[in-house]
Design a protein around this ligand. Structure first.
Ligand SMILES: O=P(O)(O)OC[C@H]1O[C@H](O[C@H]2O[C@H](CO)[C@@H](O)[C@H](O)[C@H]2O)[C@H](O)[C@@H](O)[C@@H]1O
Length: 354
């Protein structure tokens, strides 16, 4: 764990205590548990239904937003192949060689997991649920819920999301999972049995009043921009661009910048047509992954195989941690080639609204 200042709103058992406690999950995979077929079912389910003139900083944000939801290359019209499409095809096949489909590599993944405890980390939006215009309606399918439930019967399973933890729980509705909301700044484990306290970790709790204030200010300042939406994710705030005419993106980004001038302790990251305002603390989905591995008793263990599946720029922090540890698998959900620290990929068949 990092040595950063940590504050919590509720009692937090130290990682060591969590390590010594009776684990919620068995430390080794039960012999009878058909883990890999279940994992394969989840991967299949993910492929099938996740188908869902300005200042420098403002231009950078707007460029990042444009790049965050790239259009897949259109197939060439029959009998009229174009050089541009051939180039895109080549890029795609090179990228697919570097980041092969997780489905096609199932045997290899199975070999890697031999004798190890898999811990499953799943991003929510764009991974378990399709990308839709209205963030309040990003529901996951019953088939996806069943696949995640099956996996969680055998493996410690964590939902890692930029969303407010309570909101993502209202979508997923599986009490047996760990939830890391607000980009990992709000971590809660399942209710423990035998009198054990559940894990709760909130490293940015001192920012709650500021986040609430900035949410209200951003809502007020952006209300005249048609389609703009500000979402309160508790320890971070999302400003949505998806339903805003692209001609007004610079104007919206400027409003965000103007508000943030008053908040030097906040920073902005970007996701899929969304700017995310968050505390400057050194905490992200990668740190959350490390914290959870430690809490589960796998701090320096070679006996664990963390698997992280995500689609967004913010998931790169977790992919990077896995790459640097030389341990585990990052799986990027993306239909288009993209710079990534993930090892494998999954297709995203129907991102209807980009
Ligand atoms: O970490 P994630 O679980 O991927 O959450 C990241 C953001 O996801 C949501 O926004 C994205 O999905 C919306 C619904 O499909 C879509 O309308 C939006 O354009 C996407 O950016 C969520 O609403 C944000 O608060 C999260 O930060």
């Amino acid at each position: 764990m990092t040595k950063q200042r940590v504050t919590t709103a509720e009692a937090v058992p130290p990682a060591a205590a969590a390590r010594n406690s009776s684990p919620v999950y068995p430390c080794t995979r039960p012999r009878s548990a058909p883990v890999l077929p279940l994992g394969k079912k989840l991967l299949k389910q993910l492929e099938a239904s996740a188908a869902g003139t300005s200042s420098g900083i403002v231009s950078t944000w707007v460029e990042a937003l444009r790049a965050s939801s790239p259009q897949p290359a259109r197939p060439p019209p029959p009998l009229v192949p174009s050089a541009a499409n051939a180039g895109a095809d080549n890029r795609r096949s090179t990228w697919m060689m570097e980041h092969p489909s997780a489905l096609g590599m199932f045997d290899e993944i199975a070999n890697l997991s031999e004798g190890k405890q898999i811990v499953m980390f799943l991003d929510y939006d764009g991974t378990l649920s399709p990308i839709v215009d209205d963030p309040e309606r990003a529901f996951m399918s019953e088939a996806m819920r069943a696949a995640v439930r099956d996996v969680a019967r055998y493996l410690p399973t964590v939902i890692v999301t930029g969303r407010c933890r309570q909101k993502v729980y209202s979508f997923v509705r599986l009490a047996e999972l760990y939830y890391a909301g607000s980009h990992g700044m709000d971590i809660k484990g399942p209710k423990c049995t035998r009198g054990m306290k559940s894990v709760l970790f909130q490293p940015a709790s001192e920012f709650l009043p500021i986040m609430d204030e900035v949410y209200r200010t951003l809502t007020e300042k952006t209300k005249s921009i048609p389609g703009a939406k500000v979402e309160n994710n508790k320890f971070c705030v999302s400003v949505h661009f998806r339903c805003v005419d692209e001609k007004r993106w610079v104007g919206l980004a400027k409003q965000v910048q103007a508000v943030l001038i008053g908040y030097p302790k906040l920073r902005v990251t970007h996701g899929r047509k969304v700017l995310e305002v968050r505390p400057t603390i050194k905490w992200d989905k990668g740190k959350a992954l490390e914290f959870l591995l430690e809490s589960l008793g796998f701090a320096n263990s070679g006996d664990v195989l963390p698997v992280y599946i995500g689609d967004d720029q913010t998931d790169e922090d977790a992919f990077k941690v896995l790459r640097e540890r030389g341990q585990g698998l990052g799986i990027l959900v993306s239909k288009v080639p993209r710079d990534t620290n993930a090892t494998y990929s999954l297709q995203e068949p129907s991102e209807a609204s980009t």
